[in-house]
Ligand binder design. Structure first.
Ligand SMILES: [Zn+2]
Length: 339
């Protein structure tokens, strides 16, 4: 069954180079057919796409409390992950994002879990309510429980010893245990010497940023590569001006990727002067970290265009398998209404 058929001169179907003329059929919220236009099943008049057809793009690190998410949808970001927001505003927004055509699909962690007085509670940019302060294992377990009805996609923990106190190991282990019992991964902001190792040992399996405060030991890089996803956020360091933190992060991410680790595109949008679109500098930094164009396409999408996947479609004017910075020119063709 096909409700809508999209035809483009080229499309990315997962290979290292583009496929030629391609038709993508959509049924409801799923892609139901992909192949050459001449072989496409009969459908209503097809929609011709001017450009190269791609799946929807995802920014894995955004703060919708600090930016209008609707701007991202026009720029090809059909899904975003909110890694720290104000519950009373965030959860209704997540709900609306599944139905409102002007919003990208929003998946969210909820508030940060942090130590009393810990990061980000003392930060100028942090609005009240963006963090749940947990001082011991008991309050940590309660905090995780309180988030479950909202179906968080992850639990966000702040381990930033450079900006205040951090939760102790017993509290961290309790958070990981409570989340993992519900099959929810824990994502950590690690900043300060030793915090990434602590997170790894406790069972944290997503890092919200490429660690930048220290060059991680090779053993730890290898352990992380076998177990952990890193969300890139390389451009938060200097926003185009080279800095020592950026160099350290790049060095860590380069070795993590070379060791087979899973890298996800993410910008920390909401913090600092970042574009309300796919960030060309972030994409270029991923290339600097050793990701080839196909790796970058995998880092920014959930799946290539193929039958059975959510029918989010975007288009770019030039070939991203040659120059992935083309992703910064993306526009959204359609966003599926489903979750
Ligand atoms: Zn962030």
């Amino acid at each position: 069954m096909i409700d809508q058929l999209f035809i483009a001169d080229a499309a990315w179907l997962g290979a290292d180079t583009l496929a030629g003329p391609t038709a993508v059929g959509v049924c409801g919220d799923e892609i139901s057919w992909v192949g050459p236009p001449a072989a496409a099943p009969p459908a209503m008049p097809p929609t011709r796409i001017d450009g190269i057809l791609l799946p929807g793009l995802t920014d894995h690190h955004v703060h919708t409390a600090l930016v209008d998410p609707a701007e991202l949808l026009t720029a090809g970001v059909t899904t975003l992950v909110d890694l720290g927001g104000i519950p009373d505003i965030l959860w209704p927004l997540v709900e609306r994002s599944h139905h409102e055509p002007r919003l990208p699909r929003i998946r969210a962690a909820g508030p940060f879990l942090t130590s009393p007085g810990g990061y980000p509670t003392q930060q100028d940019w942090a609005p009240p309510g963006i963090a749940l302060e947990v001082g011991d294992p008991h309050s940590a377990a309660e905090a995780v429980e309180s988030l479950l009805p909202h179906r968080p996609v992850t639990i966000k923990v702040a381990l930033n010893s450079e900006a205040g106190p951090v939760i102790d190991d017993a509290t961290l282990y309790t958070i990981v245990r409570a989340a993992t019992a519900h099959r929810i991964p824990v994502t950590a902001h690690t900043q300060g010497i030793g915090q990434t190792l602590r997170a790894y040992r406790a069972g944290v399996r997503v890092l919200a940023h490429t660690p930048w405060t220290e060059t991680l030991a090779d053993d730890l890089i290898n352990d992380l590569a076998g177990s952990t996803t890193i969300i890139s956020t390389l451009d938060i360091h200097g926003w185009g001006t080279p800095t020592r933190d950026r160099e350290t992060a790049l060095h860590n991410l380069r070795r993590f990727h070379a060791a087979g680790g899973m890298v996800r595109y993410g910008t920390d949008l909401g913090n600092g002067p970042l574009p309300r679109s796919v960030n060309a500098r972030e994409v270029a930094a991923l290339a600097e970290a050793g990701l080839n164009p196909t790796d970058i396409l995998r880092a920014i999408t959930n799946s290539p265009l193929r039958r059975g996947v959510t029918a989010d479609l975007t288009a770019v004017p030039t070939d991203p398998t040659t120059d992935p910075v083309a992703l910064s020119q993306a526009i959204t063709v359609r966003k599926a209404a489903c979750q």
